[in-house]
Design a binder for this molecule. Structure first.
Ligand code: PBG
Length: 337
């Protein structure tokens, strides 16, 4: 055969590394951790094998475990001791994230990112206080509120709360703030709050293109943040939309977002790729709980080889254009690398 082009020449073992286009480092990864104010001992999260909710007293130990694998950054989620319609434990000085962050930043070198949202803190489980028409009608466990089902979260009332939460996290020592509630204007509100209170140096990683995804299921068990009625489609994005993601992200860029996140990751790699092409900011992708749980479930059945599919997933997310990846595989994959 007279073949000029033989791509296989560069697939031989000793040259593969030289021509590989993408690499994965432990320092690209962020490990989510769950700190739970309602427990004194570690509680395994059933749908996320290998992950636990840890009491505040064990937050530092949990972060040290992460750091030992070479992963330097954590994303802190909190399960509060109590909930109310406004989610007021979210900005309490002695709140669960504030307390954990204070200890982690004092006692470790980890880079601490905090999730800023209200869904784990409101008794109705939505990502902010409800619109006026719904207030007082929050006993909606069964069929949902009697009134208009399109009413959910009061966007503008939520912004003030997000400002307070972000500042309280920064005061506790958070290195980076990550708002995940998909409220319009949330980045501007938080940027203004942080700057006003002397935290100009604290960057914002916006969950800029966060979809209303069924892949969050295991997380909602883990963090106890499922909405008690309705869903999040009036604030999180429609999975059908790609151009809208660019519009969402552009708004967050105008409001001062430093890092742009796409979430979930694997079903939305087209969005990761288009953000990479359209913007110069670092792009983050959140390999969410459902993406983790499904690989574990298949591996448990003996249908997939866990280490291999985990590594391939993260490599693919990087190849699509992500600079950093939030993933429950962070420790396992980092230990492999
Ligand atoms: C809270 C939040 C969620 C996730 C991260 N932050 C849940 C949601 O929006 O329902 C999901 C993370 C995951 O599934 O791993 N706003």
């Amino acid at each position: 055969m007279d073949l000029t082009h033989r791509p296989r020449r560069l697939r031989q073992d000793r040259v593969r590394g030289l021509v590989s286009e993408t690499s994965l480092e432990p320092t690209d990864l962020i490990a989510p951790i769950f700190v739970d104010a309602t427990t004194d001992e570690r509680v395994p999260i059933e749908s996320m094998p290998g992950h636990e909710r840890v009491p505040i007293d064990e937050a530092v130990a949990r972060v040290e475990e992460v750091r030992e694998t070479g992963v330097e950054a954590v994303m802190v989620f909190g399960i509060p001791a109590s909930k109310d319609p406004e989610g007021s434990r979210a900005w309490a000085e002695d709140g669960v994230v504030q307390e954990a962050t204070r200890r982690i930043s004092a006692e470790t070198d980890a880079y601490v990112i905090t999730d800023v949202c209200l869904c784990e803190y409101t008794d109705h489980g939505h990502c902010g206080p409800l619109e006026a028409e719904l207030r007082g009608d929050t006993d909606v466990g069964e069929g949902g509120p009697a009134c208009d089902p399109t009413l959910t979260v009061d966007n503008d009332a939520t912004l003030g709360a997000l400002d307070r939460i972000a500042v309280s996290h920064a005061e506790a020592g958070a290195d980076m703030i990550a708002p995940s509630g998909m409220m319009d204007g949330m980045v501007a509100a938080i940027r203004e709050g942080l700057d006003r209170d002397g935290f100009e140096h604290v960057p914002i990683m916006s969950y800029a293109a966060k979809y209303e995804s069924a892949f969050y299921g295991p997380f909602r068990d883990a963090a106890d943040g499922a909405p008690s009625f309705g869903n999040r489609r009036h604030y999180q994005m429609d999975p059908a939309n790609a151009r809208e993601a660019l519009r969402e992200v552009r708004l967050d860029v105008e409001q001062g977002a430093d890092v742009l996140m796409v979430k979930p990751a694997l079903p939305y790699l087209d969005i990761v790729g288009s953000l990479r092409r359209e913007f110069d900011h670092p792009v983050a992708a959140y390999n969410v709980s459902g993406e983790y749980a499904m690989l574990h479930a298949a591996a448990e059945k003996g249908w997939l080889e866990l280490e291999a599919v985990a590594l391939e997933s993260l490599l693919s997310i990087k190849r699509a254009g992500a600079d950093l990846i939030l993933t429950y595989f962070a420790e396992d994959v980092a230990a492999e690398l």
